[in-house]
Design a protein around this ligand. Structure first.
Ligand code: UDP
Length: 411
């Protein structure tokens, strides 16, 4: 049967930094005429808000509490593979005789089993990379332990990457012919990139309770480019010793600060908390995009998670990179040495960033010798990111080519 609408299932790994870009991509595909269904676990499905995209629950075997309920990471992944494959297949069957049968599964590259489900039904399979293309190709080339994740990337139909060609141009050229790599990012809601795409003015997924508009009201009172925003993302819990040094650094920098610290119980020194006053605001979670887009924010102290990097870069905010693990050290290197939109902290022999170092980095980025160049580069990359996703831009063209193919595909 000729499929007129083109129906794509988008399957994220159920963590904040994976759900955000994949939900955004599903919305982007829907805005271009495809039917998109976001299939996510029972535990996370409650937090999804989407009007232009269908939402279907699948099971990871831990429907009540998700990952936290599993006895180990291994047990979780095994259960997700078995139960997830079955429940994903059920969604495909559900639409099989409708007027929009599923013709492609776009899955988070961690969930390699989704490709087997696609093949079982004879439909397209596409993997979405939630790290930068540079980091992924490095893993692919050198790290045997995670080869499994990338082992099939030369066999599938598309490898989507939440990045854009101009940002990683050398890598895109180097991977030509090795992977069917397609750069489709940054998957930042269009409103933040001065575009208006229906149904895509927010990520529409928050696994944590947000603090209303308290942050924005507080930022509204601050002068332009005066505030340091500090966040270590959704996965990293910083140790009390490190939190103490950050507190010292922020205080010594003499800047106003907005600090997201998810689990701040007993981590912040009492005298610091008592002395904050109007200079600082400490919250457990915020709408990061709104904060980064606020004109008062002049510096982003970040753990360098890929979404945070793309968000900061797309909104032109200079960064102080404090990488922790995984792809973050590589992202930090790009921030400092390749895109030149910030500086990277040096850690001491115990792996701690001491307050004095943080203070120096903040001052360097906001008013120091390098600050002019950093601000110039941050504006340049913001414009290039906007261009990539606007009509006719590199990522927009890449998505159009995929959509055209889907509109012709057999379901
Ligand atoms: N985020 C947010 N509020 C916060 C902290 C983070 O909305 O207070 C969002 C942020 O915008 C990003 C995601 O959570 O989209 C974190 O993803 P990232 O890849 O940066 O880091 P991870 O959490 O995966 O380490």
């Amino acid at each position: 049967m000729e499929n007129q609408r083109g129906h794509v299932i988008v399957l994220p790994y159920p963590a904040q930094g994976h759900i955000n870009p994949l939900l955004q991509f599903a919305k982007r595909l829907a805005s271009k005429g495809l039917e998109a269904t976001f299939a996510t676990t029972h535990y996370t499905v409650k937090s999804i808000q989407a009007t232009t995209v269908g939402v279907e629950p699948i099971s990871d075997g831990f429907d009540e509490g998700g990952f936290k309920q599993a006895p180990s990471v291994k047990a979780y992944l095994e259960s997700f593979k078995t139960v997830g494959s079955r429940t994903l297949a059920e969604i495909i069957v559900k639409y099989k005789d409708s007027d929009s049968p599923v013709c492609c599964i776009v899955y988070d590259s961690l969930l390699i089993w989704a490709l087997d489900v696609a093949r079982q039904f004879g439909i397209y399979g596409a993997a979405m990379l939630t790290n930068s293309a540079s980091v992924c190709s490095m893993y692919w080339q050198i790290n045997q332990a995670i080869l499994e994740k990338f082992g099939c990337l030369n066999k599938i139909d598309w490898v989507f990457c939440n990045s854009f060609e101009e940002l990683e141009d050398e890598l895109v050229k180097a991977m030509l012919g090795l992977w069917p790599l397609v750069m489709i990012g940054p998957m930042v809601p269009s409103a933040y990139l001065d575009q208006q795409i229906a149904g895509d003015s927010a990520y529409g997924a928050s696994l944590w309770k947000q603090t209303g508009d308290e942050c924005i009201r507080w930022l509204d009172k601050k002068p332009e480019n005066s505030v340091v925003y500090v966040s270590f993302g959704s996965m990293t819990d910083i140790a009390a010793k490190q939190a103490e040094q950050i507190a010292l650094g922020l205080k010594a920098s003499n800047k106003s600060f907005l600090w997201v610290i998810k689990d701040n119980e007993n981590k912040l020194p009492v005298e610091f908390v008592n002395s904050i006053g109007e200079t600082g605001l400490v919250v457990t979670w915020c709408n990061q995009l709104e904060v980064l887009a606020h004109q008062a924010v002049g510096c982003f102290i970040t753990h360098c998670g890929w979404n945070s990097i793309l968000e900061g870069l797309s909104l032109g905010v200079p960064m102080v990179a404090v990488p922790q693990w995984s792809d973050q050290p590589t992202n930090a290197k790009f921030v400092e040495e390749v895109w030149k939109i910030g500086v990277r902290v040096r850690k001491d022999e115990n792996g701690i960033v001491i307050g004095e170092e943080l203070k120096m980095c903040v001052n360097e980025v906001m008013d120091g010798e390098k600050s002019k160049e950093i601000k110039r580069n941050a504006s340049k990359w913001r414009e290039l990111a906007k261009k990539a996703v606007s009509v006719g831009g590199s990522s927009d063209r890449n998505i159009d080519e995929f959509v055209a193919k889907m509109l012709k595909a057999e379901g």
